[in-house]
Design a protein around this ligand. Sequence first.
Ligand SMILES: [Zn+2]
Length: 191
Amino acid sequence: MLLTIPALNSAQKALAQTAAAHTTPTGLDAARMRALVDWTMLTMSTPNPVPFGAEIFSTSTGQSLARAANAVGPQHDPSAHGEIHAIRLACQKLQSSSLHGYTLYTTCEPCPMCMACCVWSNIDRVVYGATIDDAARFGRQIMISAREVAAQTRPATHYTVDGPVERDRCLTLFTNPVMKNVFRQWNAHQD
Ligand SMILES: [Zn+2]
């Protein structure tokens, strides 16, 4: 018997692909996020305490490729957010501008700049801890969700965003007493 399947128009295809781009965070995701929080917490006793850490793993083998914290201050680089820092390290290691086959974990939902960089890198999946709303309680944020950046990408393909994962644990990075003065300094430069 011959089945006739009506062709999807491009808008229907985009919707179908966007709808497919959601997975359920796993116990492995939670374990990786907890380890990333512990590592990021180590910055509290350094000259550059930050609540933002990111790590990139091979989606298939689970091997860690790169891990980085926000380095805006020490690098005098407003684009050196944890995610972009990790993406740069990962791409240098691979000698490639593509992170297809990789998954990025971040202690806080990527800002639009970082999520755009995730899209440009063709990374498989992004898993975040605290949300942009959470981070906005502590300082300036651009209130566009990572999912929204992914959803507005054309052609819509495989940009999967999962989270929050281990949100409360990630929030302990923001509420660490060391961060109080740091946030005060960051916010003082916003006038
Ligand atoms: Zn960012």
